[in-house]
Ligand binder design. Structure first.
Ligand code: ADP
Ligand code: MG
Ligand code: MG
Length: 536
């Protein structure tokens, strides 16, 4: 819980006139809860029967399916343990990885595991009769993993759907659907201010989980035509499921605001780290780490056909551990597969030549902005605009289209120069990331193991100090200007309803597990049987 500690200290500095609720309080309200009964009469209601979603992607589903397997028979239990070992193996390296492999092999050699492999490996089964450490390579590992999953998707999965474990899952799903109001959270002071309202720190009362809450003023949204944009931002945050993109936990409304409850990032944004902390720029070890995480985040967005369009250090936020995430999706758009868009959007100094020339563009523009951002992290200025330079946008456009990028700062080393030059190719077809290539393979990243990074196992090179606030003086946050008296009508109300969908399943389930609420509730009143009306 080191992170929570850090966040609390951060808030203690911030919170002047709000008392901090003790853990005690969170504990008492928790133990008096019990899970609701699912609304649908049968077991298979609205949840559908997709194995991937029910048993792999949803954290509580995954837990309960595993409990079911361990509880059933030795063969199912062997499959569950094998899958766990595979996950572990994937994220290890060197000696630990070799050890994990031996463990898989040892488990796999048990007769229970062999049975399902041989019934599902098809032609390849022969090959595995003589498996030993020496010929148990990555491909063999993958094959065994797939065969294990295929086995689980069959009989075990259909048995699970009829079991008390799945009934329990449906109870959790019912609980997940509860209406969220502002009473669900304790609210703390402002962390920052955006175009439609403030962002403040909040804590879920019954789990103790800390989040940031981005509040959007309903009337201001309406006057500034921001309703559609707010919905796009919400939908993108909701879809993204990456360690390197801000995640949405809840979306709800109160009388005056629409609220997005998102990951709390207490380490400040990268712009602040570049310009406002002593020596300008960020040292190379940190640049490599952040750019690796940014690259993974951008690849995740692109894999969902989302162009970010606002990549810049200001929008990259650090959490209490020193890991970063992309935030602020007000300009992002989802493009239909392979489609391009022609619309000027972005921030001066970071916009790609194809946007400035008003051509059709796609994902390429984000890689250009990544190039500009790396340059800025090193040199504390942009490639085509000096820090705080008073210059017309037209001149920045001209330089972007015509000038070469110069590397005068002494901190540019060969790999970073090469990386930036490849991101700043003016022609899209020459640009890194746009040629069917993967930027993660560039030598700049040779010290990064992306598997471990994705799994959150790569130690950050720098950890924010818990007692420092990484943001400009709080005085800089003025109170919101009054909004003219606008009337909200039924059309607005419909839109607010569409926005306010409550808890986001994957994130909410993670919160239940990480806060201990899942274990607490599951052990307290789970007797492993179905309620009478469902017994056959
Ligand atoms: P806008 O889209 O209106 O610009 P932002 O999403 O950029 O709003 O949020 C405004 C400010 O609030 C940010 O510049 C930052 O200082 C702060 N902020 C936003 N999200 C978070 C977060 N998840 N954790 C901490 N502070 C945040
Ligand atoms: Mg912003
Ligand atoms: Mg925005």
């Amino acid at each position: 819980m080191g992170t929570l500690q850090g966040e609390l200290m951060y808030l203690n500095n911030l919170v002047v006139n709000t008392t901090y609720p003790g853990a005690q309080q969170a504990g008492t309200s928790r133990s008096s809860m019990s899970l609701p009964r699912p609304k649908s009469s049968g077991l298979l209601g609205s949840e559908g029967s997709c194995y991937e979603s029910l048993c792999e992607q949803q954290p509580i589903g995954r837990r309960l399916f595993r409990q079911f397997l361990l509880d059933s028979n030795s063969q199912y239990a062997a499959a569950a343990k094998l899958l766990e070992d595979f996950d572990y193996w994937q994220h290890m390296e060197d000696e630990a990885k070799e050890k994990a492999k031996m463990s898989v092999l040892a488990k796999f050699c048990q007769p229970e595991s062999r049975t399902f492999l041989f019934s599902h490996a098809g032609d390849a089964a022969e090959k595995y009769t003589s498996l030993s450490i020496s010929n148990f390579d990555e491909a063999a590992m993958e094959h065994v993993r797939e065969a294990t999953r295929t086995f689980l998707k069959g009989g075990p999965f259909s048995e699970y759907l009829k079991s008390p474990f799945f009934y329990r899952f449906l109870q959790w799903k019912e609980y997940e659907k509860q209406k969220i109001t502002r009473k669900y959270f304790y609210e703390f002071r402002t962390l920052g201010r955006g175009g439609f309202g403030e962002v403040c720190a909040v804590q879920v009362k019954h789990t103790g989980q800390m989040y940031a809450c981005k509040k959007l003023d309903k009337r201001r949204l309406k006057t500034k035509g921001g309703e559609r944009l707010a919905l796009i931002e919400k939908q993108i945050l909701e879809k993204a499921n990456s360690r390197f993109v801000i995640n949405l936990a809840y979306a709800y409304e109160d009388r005056t605001h629409l609220c997005l409850v998102i990951d709390l990032m207490s380490g400040g944004d990268l712009k602040f780290h570049i310009y406002d902390l002593g020596k300008r720029g960020i040292r190379m070890e940190r640049v490599v780490y952040y750019v690796a995480q940014i690259t993974s985040g951008i690849l995740h967005l692109h894999s969902m056909d989302i162009v970010y369009r606002d990549m810049k250090p200001e929008n990259v936020l650090l959490d209490a551990k020193g890991q970063c995430r992309l935030s602020d999706f007000g300009l992002a758009v989802e493009l239909p597969k392979g489609k391009k868009i022609c619309q000027k959007a972005g921030t001066t100094g970071y916009m790609a030549p194809e946007i400035l020339r008003q051509e059709n563009y796609g994902m390429s523009v984000d890689w250009w902005s990544v190039g500009c951002s790396i340059y800025e992290m090193v040199a504390a200025r942009l490639p085509f605009k000096d820090f705080k330079e008073k210059v017309q946008n037209e001149e920045v456009t001209r330089r972007t289209l015509e000038d070469d990028c110069k590397f005068q700062h002494s901190d540019f080393d060969a790999p970073v120069k090469d990386l930036i030059s490849h991101f700043l190719k003016k022609k899209v077809q020459n640009r890194l990331g746009c040629r069917g290539d993967d930027p993660r393979n560039h030598v700049f990243f040779k010290g990064i193991n992306f598997h471990r990074l994705e799994a959150g196992l790569a130690e950050p090179p720098w950890v924010p100090k818990p007692n420092v606030i990484y943001a400009k003086d709080m005085d800089a946050f003025r109170t919101a200007s009054e909004v003219e008296d606008v009337k909200l009508d039924s059309k607005d109300e419909r839109f607010f309803k569409e926005f306010s969908t409550g808890a986001v399943p994957v994130r909410w389930q993670k919160e239940m597990i990480e806060s201990g609420t899942f274990d607490l509730l599951n052990s307290s009143d789970f007797n492993g049987t179905l309620p009478p009306h469902l017994r056959t």
